[in-house]
Design a protein around this ligand. Structure first.
Ligand code: HEM
Length: 389
C-alpha cells in the first residue's frame, strides 16, 4: 500500500481535486450527522422526560407479587403519652404505604358496592360537579396505583378495571357504569374526599365516597369549606386553622402527607353516622372500640384537586389487654386530654370503664410513663408487603 503523500504527488491537479472534494464532502457529512445526532438525542431525552413525568412518585412503587388478602389489618397505634399537643402531625407519605389491602377487603368492599348502587347512593357517594377533570384524574390515578402495586389482584385494559377474585369489572372510560369517584372508592379500602379551591383560596369539599363516617352524614357537610368542617374541633381555630389553610394552598403532588386520627367509639361498626355524644354512658369495656384512621392528603398534578383519603380501622379496646405498653400509653394519652378535648372525644361516656380496665389489666392506679417514653413509641403501619411476598 502507498503512503497518501506519495500517491498525491504522483497525481495531476484534476486527479488531486476530485478525491479532495470527496474527502471534504465526507468530513462535512460526518460533522453534520454528529450535530443531528446531538439534536436527536436532546429530543429523545426530552421525550423520555415527558414519559417519566411522575410527580406522585409512582416509579418508586414496589409491586406486591401475591394477593394481600390474607394479611391481618395493620392498624396504627400512634398515640403518644404525655402532654396533649394540638398539631397537624403530618409526615411524608411513603408511596408504598398509600392504599393497602388486607383480609377485610372483601367484606368492606361488598358493603361499599351496596352503598354505591343503593337508591339513596348520594348518602354514601356524591359529587357536586358532575364528571369533571378532577374525578377522571382521580380514577386514573387510583387505577394506575393499584394495578402497579397489586398486579395480581387488580388489572386493567383500555376500558375496564378488573378485580378478578371477585369476578367484578368496572368501566374506566365514558360511558361509565358508575361515577368515577364511586369506582375509585370501590378499588381501595379508604374513603375518598375531593376538595377544590374556591373563593379566597379556601378549599371546599366537592364530594366524597364516605363508607366509614365517624358520627356524621355526607349530605350534612358536602359543599362545606375546610374551616366549617373543623369548627367542632376544640383548639382548631386557634392552633391549626392558619397553618392548615396555608398547607392546603402550598400542597404539591410530590409532597403528599400522611397523618392519624383517633376516636373511641361505642359500637363495633365502621359505618357510624350517629354523633358519638348521643350515645349512653358505656357499662362494659366490651362496648368500647378504638377507631384509628390513617389519612393522606395529596394534590393531583393536572386538575390540581386535593385528594384526602381515610382508611379506618376498628379494634375492640379489650384487645389491648395483650399489648400492655400500648394500653398504658393510651391511658396516659387520654388522661392528658384538656377538658374541651376530653368533652369532644366523649371521655365522659367511656372514661370510667376504660379507667377500670386499665387499672385491672396493668395492676396499678396510675401510669408510670413520663419517665419511660422510649418503651411506648407510637407504631404506624409499614409499607411492607405481607410476609413472604
Ligand atoms: C392537613 C389536613 C388535616 C388536618 C391536620 C386535620 C385535622 C383534624 C383534627 C385534629 C381533627 C379532630 C379529630 C380528633 O382529634 O379526634 C379533625 C377532625 C375532622 N376532620 Fe380533619 N384534618 C385535615 C384534613 C381534613 C380534610 C381534608 C377533611 C375533609 C373533608 C377533614 C375532615 C374532618 C372531619 C369530618 C373531622 C371530624 C369533625 C367533627 O368532629 O365533626 N379533615 N381533623
Amino acid at each position: 500500500m502507498f503512503p497518501l503523500t506519495t500517491y498525491l504527488t504522483d497525481l495531476g491537479p484534476l486527479e488531486i481535486g476530485f478525491p479532495l472534494i470527496v474527502l471534504l464532502t465526507l468530513i462535512l457529512r460526518v460533522t453534520k450527522h454528529s450535530h443531528l445526532s446531538k439534536k436527536e438525542s436532546k429530543d429523545s431525552s426530552s421525550k423520555a422526560q415527558t414519559l417519566v413525568f411522575d410527580p406522585l412518585g409512582f416509579r418508586n412503587i414496589t409491586p406486591c407479587k401475591e394477593l394481600p388478602l390474607h394479611q391481618r389489618p395493620d392498624w396504627p397505634r400512634y398515640w403518644k403519652p404525655g402532654k396533649f399537643q394540638m398539631t397537624m402531625a403530618l409526615r411524608k407519605l411513603d408511596i408504598n404505604n398509600w392504599f393497602k389491602y388486607d383480609e377485610l377487603f372483601d367484606s368492606e368492599h361488598k358493603q361499599k358496592v351496596t352503598m354505591a348502587t343503593a337508591p339513596d347512593a348520594e348518602n354514601y357517594v356524591d359529587y357536586l360537579d358532575g364528571i369533571d377533570d378532577a374525578v377522571v384524574e382521580l380514577l386514573d390515578t387510583v387505577v394506575t396505583y393499584v394495578t402497579k402495586r397489586y398486579p395480581n389482584m387488580v388489572r386493567v385494559d383500555d376500558e375496564y378495571v378488573y378485580i378478578d377474585h371477585l369476578q367484578e369489572k368496572y368501566r374506566i372510560r365514558e360511558p361509565y357504569d358508575l361515577h368515577p369517584l364511586a369506582v375509585a372508592g370501590l378499588l381501595i379500602m379508604d374513603d375518598l374526599y375531593v376538595l377544590k379551591k374556591g373563593h379566597k383560596d379556601r378549599y371546599t369539599l366537592r364530594g366524597a365516597f364516605l363508607a366509614c363516617p365517624s358520627g356524621w352524614r355526607l349530605q350534612q357537610r358536602i359543599g362545606w369549606q375546610l374551616h366549617q368542617i373543623h369548627d367542632p374541633v376544640p383548639m382548631w381555630k386557634e392552633k391549626l386553622r392558619k397553618s392548615m389553610e396555608r398547607f392546603f394552598v402550598n400542597l404539591q403532588p410530590s409532597k403528599a402527607i400522611q397523618r392519624n386520627n383517633l376516636f373511641i367509639q361505642p359500637v363495633g361498626q365502621i359505618f357510624h353516622v350517629v354523633p358519638f355524644e348521643e350515645n349512653l354512658k358505656y357499662e362494659s369495656i366490651d362496648q368500647v372500640h378504638i377507631r384509628t384512621e390513617l389519612q393522606s392528603l395529596t394534590r393531583l398534578p393536572r386538575s390540581e384537586a386535593s385528594i384526602f383519603t381515610v382508611r379506618t380501622y376498628l379494634t375492640p379496646m379489650s384487645d389491648l389487654r395483650h399489648e400492655p405498653e400500648q394500653l398504658e400509653a393510651l391511658w396516659d394519652h387520654t388522661r392528658n386530654f384538656p377538658p374541651d378535648t376530653a368533652n369532644y372525644k366523649c371521655h365522659h361516656l367511656w372514661g370510667d370503664v376504660f379507667e377500670q380496665f386499665c387499672q385491672d389489666v396493668l395492676g396499678k392506679r396510675d401510669t408510670e410513663i413520663a419517665s419511660n417514653e422510649e418503651k411506648t413509641k407510637p407504631t404506624v403501619p409499614t409499607s411492607q408487603c405481607p410476609a413472604g411476598f
